[in-house]
Design a protein. Structure first.
Length: 126
């Protein structure tokens, strides 16, 4: 499985993750998003998406570990990947049939979104 993690770049940006190399992804409270965090497995691929004025997929990361001892506040450690060269904006994403049923488009406020392999490839160019 692949996931997209949304973040407000003025709070924690992809460049912060590049500087830190790893971080604990926390602060998620939406029950559906928390469920996705609990389901993550080490090695799964992530897309980091900037919200706010940018609204675009900006980089990749990988799940390092998941501590779901407290199921309401899972702690997911992630490791930085690389910047996405040709960033895909929300407008471009919405124009793709590939995302027609995606929570990224249908549930805009969801901060952790599962992605198919094809969606991951579209967003990252990999």
């Amino acid at each position: 499985m692949n996931y997209l993690l949304k973040t407000e770049p003025t709070v924690y940006s992809f460049s912060n993750l590049e500087r830190d190399k790893t971080t604990i992804w926390d602060g998620v409270t939406n029950p559906a998003a928390v469920k996705h965090l609990r389901e993550m497995k080490p090695g799964e691929r992530l897309v980091i998406y900037h919200t706010g004025d940018e609204k675009s997929a900006v980089g990749t990361a990988t799940v390092v570990s998941v501590d779901a001892a407290d199921p309401k506040i899972p702690q997911v450690k992630i490791r930085v990947g690389k910047s996405i060269g040709e960033q895909k904006t929300l407008v471009e994403i919405k124009s793709q049939k590939l995302f027609a049923d995606s929570p990224l488009v249908r549930q805009g406020r969801l901060s952790v979104v599962p992605l198919s392999d094809a969606q991951y490839k579209f967003l990252t160019g990999e």
